[in-house]
Design a protein around this ligand. Structure first.
Ligand SMILES: C[S@@+](CC[C@H](N)C(=O)[O-])C[C@H]1O[C@@H](n2cnc3c(N)ncnc32)[C@H](O)[C@@H]1O
Length: 319
């Protein structure tokens, strides 16, 4: 389960799993790579800078909503809660929640980007000495078991940002069902973004000062460095595309010219203009997301909606 152990949950090494997924995705038509491989130390650091960029509205809108949400959640869940955050990354938003909760007992930050997570948790630990802090290096696209005894009830799950949108609706349902298993009897606070404004979306996902391009091109660097491939980074450019049914933003690395590359003993060919889809952000209106979660055994408790963007934070309770 732990990336620091270098063994994936099914027993394969992480490198072997990365190679298997990359070969499967790059030999398909259209070409794809799973978005979870965006996240190494460089990817996590770039995302932290994206969050601070004026074009990246989701973080700003959620942070505007969070103080009020945190105060109300604190009153609803009571004292002594253990918080489990999925994809905690730089672990900044959790501070607003920890500040509002009454005597929180523990914080478990769960992330695939191990070294970055561990550094973030060390910073939190020195600022919240009375809260037991634990990094859990794990891939939440698979079943996750928390370390025994690390999180005692009452438990609050936290999945902020727009990460739920990286799943298709079917995958999101699977994630919500697994999260229920992971958390047990608990509350779960989850962010979802319904934005459809093409100008706002193109700025956030296509531009953000060139940082989005750097985040996605980092995938090419990871393929070359970790899997020994010979992709030419300068032969690709990042593009955000809007797509319908269901509405989503897709990130693509578009080949600027035709090229032939080697990966794991196989030849990968690109035509000029052909792309690799590297990530997807599904935009979930509140009622759609609530129905998805309800179908997986999460009872809606409260919903907060940002006036400016419609960004929503849903509080559920395990049925
Ligand atoms: C878009 S960032 C969000 C960070 C933070 N939660 C926020 O809202 O600002 C996604 C985070 O989830 C982590 N992540 C992405 N896919 C993951 C997976 N399959 N398993 C565990 N963590 C994952 C990334 O490393 C990154 O820290």
């Amino acid at each position: 389960m732990s990336a620091t152990e270098g063994v994936a949950e099914d027993g394969t090494s992480e490198r072997a799993e990365f190679l298997r997924d990359a070969l499967a995705g790059l030999s398909g038509n259209p070409k794809t790579l799973p978005g979870k491989y965006l996240w190494d130390e460089t990817g996590s650091d770039l995302f932290d800078r994206i969050c601070a960029h004026p074009d990246y509205y989701p973080t700003k809108r959620e942070m505007a909503l969070l103080p009020q949400v945190a105060a109300e959640v604190a009153a609803l869940v009571g004292p002594g809660v253990s918080v489990v955050e999925f994809g905690s990354g730089a672990s900044r938003k959790i501070r607003t929640l920890l500040d509002a909760l009454k005597a929180p007992a523990a914080f478990l930050g769960l992330d695939i980007s191990g070294a970055y997570l561990e550094a973030a948790i060390r910073r939190l630990a020195s600022d919240y000495p009375s809260v037991a802090m634990m990094p859990v290096v794990a891939d939440y696209s698979k079943p996750v078991r928390l370390p025994p005894g690390a999180a005692a009830p009452p438990i609050l799950g936290f999945f902020p940002g727009t990460s739920i949108g990286n799943f298709t609706p079917e995958q999101a349902g699977g994630f919500l069902a697994r999260a229920r298993e992971t958390l047990g009897p608990s509350h779960f606070l989850v962010g979802a973004d319904p934005t459809r404004d093409p100008i706002r979306l193109r700025r956030a996902y296509g531009e953000a000062g060139g940082l989005m391009a750097a985040l996605h091109l980092n995938l090419i660097d990871r393929l070359n460095r970790e899997l020994g491939s010979d992709f030419d980074r300068s032969a690709f450019r990042h593009e955000a595309r809007l797509a319908e049914d269901p509405f989503r933003v897709e990130a693509h690395l578009v080949a600027l010219r035709a090229g032939t590359y080697q990966l794991g003993g196989q030849t990968i060919r690109f035509e000029a203009g052909e792309s690799i889809r590297t990530d997807t952000s599904h935009k979930y209106p509140p009622e759609v997301f609530r129905a998805l979660a309800t179908a997986q055994g999460w009872e809606p408790v409260r919903l907060w909606i940002d006036d400016d963007s419609g960004f929503s934070l849903h509080l559920f309770q395990a049925r």
